[in-house]
Every structure is written in C-alpha cells, then in structure tokens.
Design a binder for this molecule. Structure first.
Ligand SMILES: Cc1ncc(COP(=O)(O)O)c(C=O)c1O
Length: 382
C-alpha cells in the first residue's frame, strides 16, 4: 500500500527508469567517464555535486530528503517549477492520443495552435512562427531569415550578450571567452557596446546590416538597458532598413513580470525569439516569431519552402508542452506573480545589503534578478 508521501515509482518493461533510480549513486562517475569530467570537477569545487533524486516546484531533493531551493531554474527553463503536474498531464494525454508525428511533410494542429497562442501574446503583426528545439536554433533562424529578407550580409549584436553556442549564434556572442579555439566564426558579424546608440548608428549607416540582435535585459550579468535605449535602437534600425531582433529566450514568458520584456518599453520588434520556459520544464522547444512579410521574403516560394527546417522542431510533445505552459501562465496569473515577487525579493535583499557589504548591487526585473557580489571590506584591528 502507498500513502501520499510514498508515490508509486514508475516502472517500464525495458527497465530504463528502474535502472536510472537504482544507479543514482553512479551519476558523477558515469558523467566523468562518458560526459565531461571537467564539469564534474567544477561541480565538486563549487559544492554543486549533490545527487538530486527528485524535483518538485521550486525545490530539488537529495537522497536524504533534504530540500534545495532552486534559484537558478536553468535560467528560466523551469519557470513553472520542476515537474509541473499540469504540463505532465498534457504530455501524458498527448502520448495517449496516438497523434501523428515526425512525418515532416505534414502539419499537426498542435503546431498551428501554439504559433497562434504565441502570436496573440506578442505585438500585432508578429504572426509567422518557425519552431526549433533550442534557443540557439531560434537565433540562427533569425540570422538566416534577416539576411535572406533584406539581402544584406551583416549582423550586429552587443558586447556581453549571450545568444547560444552553435557557430551562428556564437558569432554574435559578446564575450571572447566562449569563442576561443572555435574560429573562424561567421563573417559579417560585429558588436557594439550595450547602451551605446552612437556606435550602433555608425554601424547601421553603412546600409549593409540585415539585423541588430539584442537581449532586452542581458542575461549574463542581469544588465538592464539604459532608459530609452531599446526604443531608440529600434527607431535607428527602422531608419536604416535593419531588422530589429529581440532575443527573449531568457526574458520571455513572464520571467521579467510581463509576458515579454519588450512590453516594459513598448517595443515592436521584427523578430522575437523564445525558448527555455516554453518547455514547461520538460521538452526542448524554441520559436522564432516574425512578420509574415519577412518570413515570405526569406523562404516563401514553392521551391524554397523547405530550405529551412528542423526534424524535431514541431514534434507533438514539444508543441503540447508549449501550449500547456502558456495556458498555465495565464490561468494561474504567474506573470503578475513574478512582478509581485520582485518586490518581495528585492525588499528582502535590500535589507540584507544593508547588513552585508559583500552585496554590491541587486538588479533585475520580475523574477530575473542578479546579485553582484564584491570582496568584503576587511576590518583592520586598531
Ligand atoms: C538570451 C539567450 N539566447 C539564446 C540562448 C541559447 O539557448 P539554448 O541554450 O537553448 O541554445 C540562451 C541560453 O542561455 C540565452 O540566454
């Protein structure tokens, strides 16, 4: 007999889940041997080498039943919390329905529904969607579509930005550390300081820039844009015929206290990129959303309609997870909740900052919050 505190452990005839549960103690050893031993070392050094047995909501649990509050959430991957029961139910139902999948020369209603529901939450006109499996793939799609739609070669991004690590997005990333050893990267990519409109305009004036790609709030160090910057950058792009791309892979879907961070500044980008939280914490899924006219210019002919695609892009479980995520965010008022929790958290953190001089700055929006630390001032005797 089981009680509420003793859930029935899942089993499968092939023993996959049973083996994973039984071999939990081997996790780090397996990772060292077959995945990345350096990352295992880093986890040991940081003390992040806990073998978690389960996860629920905002908490991870180890074998001794200790709970760990997860402030990281995979940078927004688990925005709904871990193992959300609502998403799980939809995934089970999707599998049980035996829907058609993976045919490729085919569309499922789920993909169209998710595209429609995403568009409805974005500024008018952003109604053409390409689904991918990762944020990097969504960024890469926007890079290609912008070039094809404008006939221009160059792409501009910002210093300290992050857009993913496959070769296309890596060419935009604003930190040389990620690039070492992987060059040569894509030609035609250049960077400007985040917040510097003069440098941006100097690049755009050449008239050969297809797109300016920017995170509304930079995720690496939770850097907020200077007042008026994003709107002015969008205007400069319009004036110079450059497409304006908001990379909301990390800031999207409620994280900053609005459905999309672009709402804080009334932006109307030509592309919005979404990922991470769309997964519901389960399925790889990302989206490039753009205007129909841009989409058609890039690939919209009978001959070229299949030149840009992705095997797993519209798979039923990813589409279902995305739909479940949007509906749960809406039903449970989680976007307003993120805005409210910002006040609760930053008030508490400000109180801590008064007590600990190692806290240099607290910044963020909604539940995308960074705490910058500094070396503690040493109190010298006498
Ligand atoms: C703003 C931004 N864009 C793109 C990506 C890449 O997403 P993925 O890791 O799913 O490829 C990330 C990942 O952290 C990101 O923060």
């Amino acid at each position: 007999m089981t009680t509420a505190s003793e859930p029935t452990l899942p089993v499968d005839a092939l023993g996959v889940v049973g083996d994973a549960l039984a071999r939990a103690d081997e996790t780090m050893d397996l990772a060292s041997r077959h995945l990345d031993p350096s990352l295992v070392d880093v986890l040991h050094i940081l003390g992040f080498d806990t073998s978690y047995r389960s996860a629920q909501g905002s908490y991870l649990h180890d074998a001794d039943g200790r709970a760990y509050l997860d402030f990281h959430t995979g940078e927004g991957f688990a925005s709904l919390g871990h193992n959300h029961p609502g998403v799980r139910e939809v995934l089970h139902a999707t599998l049980d329905a035996g829907l058609v999948d993976g045919v490729q020369l085919h569309y499922s209603p789920l993909a169209g529904m998710l595209a429609q529901e995403l568009s409805q939450r974005l500024p008018a006109g952003l109604d053409a969607v390409f689904f991918a499996s990762t944020g990097a793939e969504a960024v890469d799609s926007a890079m290609k579509f912008a070039r094809a739609a404008t006939g221009r070669p160059r792409l501009i991004s910002c210093d300290s930005s992050f857009h993913g690590v496959t070769l296309g997005p890596l060419s935009l990333v604003g930190d040389e550390f990620f690039k070492e050893g992987f060059g040569p990267l894509l030609p035609g990519c250049a960077r400007v300081p985040f917040g510097d409109l003069d440098r941006l305009e100097a690049e755009l004036r050449a008239g050969d820039v297809a797109a300016f790609i920017v995170e509304p709030i930079q995720g690496r160090e939770v850097t907020l844009p200077p007042a008026g910057y994003l709107h002015a950058a969008q205007e400069l792009c319009r004036r110079h015929g450059t497409l304006f791309v908001a990379d909301e892979v990390q800031t999207g879907l409620g994280r900053t206290g609005r459905w999309f961070a672009l709402e804080h500044w009334g932006l109307e980008p030509d592309f919005v990129l979404v990922g991470k939280a769309l997964s519901g914490g389960y399925m790889p899924v990302a989206a490039m959303v753009t205007r129909r006219e841009i989409y058609q210019k890039a690939v919209g002919t009978l001959e070229r309609c299949y030149v840009h695609q992705s095997t797993f892009g519209r798979n039923r479980l990813s589409m279902a997870a995305g739909l479940a995520t949007l509906r749960i965010l809406e039903r449970d008022g989680l976007v307003a909740h993120a805005a409210h929790m910002n006040t609760v958290l930053t008030d508490g953190l400000a109180e801590l900052q008064g007590r600990y001089d190692m806290i240099k700055e607290i910044r963020g929006s909604g539940l995308m919050i960074g705490i910058e630390l500094q070396p503690r001032a040493r109190a010298w005797p006498g």
